[in-house]
Ligand binder design. Structure first.
Ligand SMILES: *Cc1c(COP(=O)(O)O)cnc(C)c1O
Length: 374
């Protein structure tokens, strides 16, 4: 059996977890949380990071920070995970779904001018597979109109747009450390605050609406309820798990990229013969090998290929069910059809890719896909 994913393990996780437990303050904002914050702030020049219990929670914090209210509109891709939408729907926002670009399943900035209205408060972009959206175009559009931009960088740790790390470009950004992502602590996430105006309030929302973080730094002599908030912070036990992975990030990325490149190289002939398409990565982005996908010709062909691989013990997965057609949303949806989104949803197939996948495993996946087409 070749699974689709194996959560990454690098060796020091249990040692650091034990240390966090023995240190006697396993709640949030402890030693390992600070080590992780410091790493991301230094390596990627993020002005401020806050570890959260998930990327979903980081997105909910973002919606609170932006003061999203009923009647506000938020533009986001329909080709994304539900959390990108839920965080804003929970605050009463009207969701305005955008289509993908034709060449890659990221939001198409050319559509923004048709979707924007006087009520547009924010644009959420998703860097699918760790591949950057066209950030210069998106930021220029938003800043001209005073609209906030949130990067859902759940999949995009250690990816770049030109020479800028993803997560450092929007006013806010969110990352995921769910077990399916490149680095993980089981369930975890992070909010990045790039806009100075949000720095102080973010920390308050994070700690249940209190100024507890400032109290622990000795800046106030007691702490209390000063704003809305929730318990968004990650236990230091999980931060210890994450720290072990963060320390190994370069090795993890190297391993994943070499696996990604091996697939890419081995599928060139199948793509040249017109059987499949490979990901078309824009020249302005590096990527982090979060996902390797191929594009089939139709949903029927893809289902047959999934079945063929499954019979050989190989797990390959499609992605996503478009949000505007979802059981929860399709009756509310009044926008235009989103043809590229639907095409990617029907034809995209993700292949097994994880830290430590062997070349033998990949060769088997490649062999059985070639066999299917010839
Ligand atoms: C994984 C993912 C999320 C959710 O992350 P969690 O940490 O599981 O909450 C949100 N958005 C995108 C694009 C994702 O890939």
């Amino acid at each position: 059996m070749i699974p689709f994913n194996k959560p990454c393990l690098t060796g020091n996780e249990l040692t650091y977890i034990a240390d966090a437990v023995h240190a006697g303050n396993p709640s949030g904002n402890g030693k390992y949380t600070r080590l992780c914050h410091q790493f991301f702030e230094e390596k990627y020049r993020f002005p401020k990071c806050l570890l959260t219990t998930s990327c979903t929670d980081a997105l909910e914090m973002a919606a609170l920070l932006l003061d999203i209210q009923p009647g506000d509109e938020v533009i986001l891709p329909a080709f994304t995970f539900v959390s990108t939408a839920n965080a804003f729907a929970l605050r009463g926002a009207d969701l305005v779904f955008a289509d993908c670009e034709g060449a890659f399943p990221n939001i198409d900035p050319a559509q923004l001018s048709e979707l924007v209205t006087g009520r547009t408060k924010a644009i959420v972009v998703v860097h699918y597979a760790g591949v950057a959206c066209d950030m210069d175009a998106i930021m220029a559009f938003a800043e001209e109109r005073g609209i906030w931009v949130i990067e859902d960088a759940a999949q995009a740790v250690d990816s770049y747009y030109l020479d800028r790390p993803l997560g450092s470009i929007g006013h806010l950004a969110t990352f995921s450390f769910h077990e399916s992502k490149n680095i993980t602590c089981g369930e975890g996430g992070m909010l990045v605050i790039n806009e100075e105006k949000f720095l102080k309030r973010a920390e308050i929302l994070w700690e249940k609406g209190t100024d507890r973080a400032a109290f622990f730094r000795g800046e106030v002599d007691k702490y209390g309820w000063v704003d809305l908030g929730s318990s968004f912070l990650l236990s230091d036990i999980l931060a210890a798990y994450l720290w072990a992975q963060v320390e190994q990030l370069p090795a993890i990325q190297k391993n994943r990229l070499s696996a990604w490149n091996y697939y890419h190289q081995q599928f060139l002939s199948l793509a040249e013969e017109g059987h499949i398409k490979q990901p078309d990565i824009p020249s302005y982005t590096t990527h982090n090998a979060h996902i390797f996908f191929i594009l089939c010709k139709s949903i029927e062909e893809r289902s047959a290929l999934i079945q063929h691989l499954s019979e050989k013990g190989i797990k390959a997965l499609f992605h996503y069910l478009p949000l505007h057609l979802s059981p929860y949303f399709h009756k509310k949806y009044q926008g235009p059809p989103l043809p590229h989104c639907v095409r990617f949803a029907d034809t995209l197939l993700r292949l097994p890719l994880f830290h430590g996948i062997t070349q033998e495993e990949q060769t088997l996946v490649i062999k059985h896909i070639k066999e299917f087409y010839t």
